[in-house]
Each structure stands twice: as C-alpha cells, then as structure tokens.
Design a protein around this ligand. Sequence first.
Ligand code: AMP
Ligand code: FE
Ligand code: FE
Ligand code: ZN
Length: 280
Amino acid sequence: MFADLHLHTNFSDGTFTPEELVANAVKQKLCAIALTDHDTLEGCERAAAACATAGIEFITGSELTAEQDDHEIHILGYFLDTQNEKLRTETGKFQLVRQNRIREMVARLNDLNIPLDVEDVFKLANCRAPGRPHVARALVKAGLIATLDEAFERFLKKDRPAWVPKMKTSAPDAIALIHQAGGLAVMAHPGLNRADQVIPGLVDAGLDGLECFHTKHPKATSEHYLQMAKQHGLLVTGGSDCHGLNKGRPLVGTVRLPYHRVEKLKAAVENRKSEIGNRK
Ligand code: AMP
Ligand code: FE
Ligand code: FE
Ligand code: ZN
C-alpha cells in the first residue's frame, strides 16, 4: 500500500484535471493521494469526488509559497479544512500576488520586445493561481520561444531579465495558517533548497514534518532528511511533485510513500484535534 502526497493539477501549474490525475493514480495502484496545488485548494473537491468513486483515499492539501531567512520555502499543508475562513482569505491574497506578478513579468518581456499578450497567459492558465510555467507555455504557444526550458533559462529563472521576485508570506505565518485550519505543516523538497540551517527555525515555528522522499531527492538526500526528521521529531512524507504532462511522462506514483507513514500523519492530526478539544 503506497501513497503519493505531492501532486498538482490545472488549478495551479499542473496540466491534468483532478479527474485525470486520479485516473493516473489508480493506474499506478496508489491507495491514497494528496492534492497540493500552489496556493489554492480549489481542485480538492473534484479530486475528492474522483477518489471516492475510484475507492482510493484522498487527503486535502496545498503547497504554500513562503520564506524563511531569505530562502523561498514551500510549505505543504495536509488535512486542511477547505471551508476555513482565514485559509480561504489568505490563499485568495496569495493568488492575487501571483496574478500581479504575471502582469509584471509579461511587462518585462514586452520591454524586451517580446510581444506576449498577458491575456493569452491568463487564458492559457485558466486558474486563479497562475505561475511562471504558464508564462513559459504561452511563450511557446505563441511561437516566441522554442521550449519551456529555454523560456526559463533565458527569461524566467531567478535573476533572469523577466524574473520578478514574489511577495511571500513568512514561513511561521504559513505554518500558523495551516494549523488554524486543522492541518499539518510539512516542508516540501528540502533537498532543493539546500538550506538546512532554516529547519530549526521552522521547527520552532511548529513545523510538523519533512518531505524526505521527492522526485529530485537522490537516495542519499532522502536518507539525510530522514535523519534530520528523526533528530527534530518530525513526521516523514513523500511525493512525486507531478505536474502532469508538461515535464515529460507523468510522475504520479513514481515516488511511493509506504502507507504506514500516512497512518502516522493521520494519528498526528487526530492528536492535535483532541488536544484542542481538551483545551476548550
Ligand atoms: P512560480 O510559482 O510562479 O514561481 O513558478 C514556480 C514553478 O515553476 C515550480 O513549481 C515549477 O513547477 C516550475 N519551475 C521552476 N523552475 C523551473 C525550470 N527551470 N524549468 C521548468 N519549470 C520550472
Ligand atoms: Fe509547480
Ligand atoms: Fe515546490
Ligand atoms: Zn509542488
């Protein structure tokens, strides 16, 4: 029994609909999945319905963009209450930041004599949480650039000419937002950050877990973070970070988290709930 706890749909920068994602999870014989679109929970209702039909377990989630000590940190929230008022308000704000950033990036491209129409980007993205991959896809679609990689390399990567820094919430605020919505907060793909020195600060802020298993974590990296999780008393998660078909073959199911890890997460959420209940 295996789970994949890091997946995107076209409600952010993935290409699959929630139903297509679930169909692929079934094909991969997963018994549980979590949807973790960037800064939104909108795909969760449809993904949950598709999972119920398919007979696999669904965990509500989102991947929040945050920062700690000048590092962009992605915080995964799991078991979130999608109706939580504050979570809905705050993710709404994060989405506006994303939309405004797209406008700024396209304006920079226009200044560089790249005639990309921002409305074409929004049309292609067709979601409230657009990101740089949508700009890259729109550039390719308009024939202004050959490949998505080239779009990032020439224009969109950090410090390239069309890159615009993203206003981010602080990691402690993101963790608190997740907690008040009943969720667990997990640092995504720490191996991509290469900033282990931020982890103790996140732990102090209430971090619950580390994503030890990820597509871009070689075995030694996973082992390193398993060790860190143990050292700090953190839960262990893992996921493929599948974005659909835009990065070659779909990754869903290529990182397989043993289900006993999911059971530990569920026990931690239940514990948290009963603690809050006892305090009331
Ligand atoms: P954003 O959230 O707008 O800053 O865009 C970040 C997203 O872009 C990540 O979640 C990845 O899906 C994607 N991405 C980041 N860097 C690259 C890259 N060099 N090539 C392709 N996709 C990338
Ligand atoms: Fe992404
Ligand atoms: Fe991420
Ligand atoms: Zn992701």
